[in-house]
Design a protein around this ligand. Structure first.
Ligand SMILES: [Fe+2]
Length: 388
């Protein structure tokens, strides 16, 4: 999506005969969104991408939300969740609305299923773990701190190293985009944007797997998985070009902005979609006026639910959190630093915080699975004095 790319072998023009050595055509496939008007890529396959042998229902994905209780601040210790081994099939849904969903998985399998999400773009934050994201576009190596962007419709597979892994998965009904205000009229990232095209990693050469047989692909559409068995390996591409492919950006390549006094969260914005934004809070020097209060001021996030995912246990305004903690500050209640945290931040010169913030413009539901790891004392954790 961010930059035009081309890999492998391509014909001189689009939509002209491109022949194999045996004289047959390489089947051409356009993968793109918004009815031929959005970002797209053209792929050249060894075999027809339409060669389906069979289909069958695989699994319904009925996500269960908690019964609604009173409006309150929440703290979910997602680091304590145990999940199944698959990076795709064992995701635990924690928070969602109609625009965006946040789930978590701690995968352990080395090689996962072939998977296509046909109902959402995926933005996967790799809290820890490393491996390859395989697709017909080529392999994309990933590591701790990476955001992986997988546009919908792309068949892919996770191949993990034996190290422990923890993935935060954000599914978006709308396209995952870089903020428009960071780009010029050509789409190029501006001088002054907190990252540049050089920070964006794209797939290597296509692997062009030439195998026939039975290749099941799990397709997510309409909140259920369908198994589609293809008559050949889906990673049979000899070349592709375009703007539509999986890509990666590491949170440590985000260049944080710092000022003499406090800057608001939008300076940390990294991604946006329809109905949400994602910000990255990275290690950085603190505000440098000697009277500056580096901790944020209390605020009401009117028309927004604020979710913070803590990839480090250190966060300037928060106590009692751990790696994997998720706080939800819903619209309708002010929030801010906990008692003592504003005072404590004055005079500090550096923060090691590392956190991913998801702000949604419509209220979020909380999944039942999250309740087992909820810290219910969080709601009243701003009380001061002997009653606290
Ligand atoms: Fe906030």
């Amino acid at each position: 999506m961010p930059i035009y790319q081309q890999r492998g072998r391509l014909p001189r023009k689009r939509h002209v005969a491109f022949r194999r050595e045996d004289g047959g055509l390489y089947p051409e496939e356009l993968v793109g969104n918004k009815g031929f008007a959005g970002a797209s890529s053209l792929l050249y396959h060894l075999r027809l991408p339409t060669a389906v042998k069979s289909v069958r229902p695989f699994r319904e994905l009925a996500w269960e939300a908690e019964e609604r209780g009173p409006l309150r601040h929440r703290h979910l210790r997602s680091g304590r969740l145990e999940t199944g081994p698959s990076p795709v099939l064992d995701r635990v849904p924690l928070l969602w609305n109609d625009d965006v969903a946040l789930s978590l998985v701690r995968p352990s399998t080395r090689e996962d299923v072939l998977y296509r999400n046909a109902q959402a773009d995926e933005l996967v934050y790799v809290t820890e773990g490393e491996g390859d994201l395989e697709s017909a576009f080529g392999n994309l190596a990933f590591r701790d701190g990476d955001y992986l962007v997988v546009p919908r419709g792309i068949v892919h597979r996770y191949r993990l190293s034996p190290r422990p892994a923890r993935l935060l998965v954000i599914e978006s009904a709308g396209e995952v985009r870089l903020p428009k205000r960071y780009r010029n009229e050509h789409g190029q990232l501006l001088e002054g944007a907190p990252f540049s095209e050089r920070d964006i990693r794209t797939p290597g050469a296509p692997s062009t797997v030439d195998e026939t047989g039975e290749f099941p692909i799990l397709v997510k559409a309409g909140n259920r998985l369908t198994e589609v068995v293809l008559a050949h390996h889906p990673f049979d591409v000899v070349g592709w070009d375009g703007y539509y492919y999986p890509w990666a950006f590491n949170i440590h390549d985000f260049e944080p902005k710092v000022a003499r006094i406090h800057l608001p969260p939008p300076v940390h914005q990294t991604f946006e979609g329809d109905g949400w934004v994602v910000c990255s809070f990275c290690p950085r020097p603190y505000d440098f006026d000697k009277e500056a209060v580096p901790a944020p001021y209390n605020h009401q996030n009117v028309m927004s639910d604020e979710v913070l995912y803590y990839a480090s246990a250190r966060f300037m305004s928060r106590k009692g959190i751990e790696v994997g903690s998720i706080t939800l500050h819903p619209d309708g209640l002010p929030h801010g630093p906990q008692p003592g945290k504003a005072e404590e931040s004055i005079g500090k010169t550096w923060t090691d915080e590392l956190a991913v913030m998801l702000d949604t413009f419509r209220p979020l539901r909380v999944g039942r699975a999250a309740l087992a790891v909820e810290d219910t004392a969080y709601t009243t954790s701003w009380l001061e004095g002997p009653s606290a």
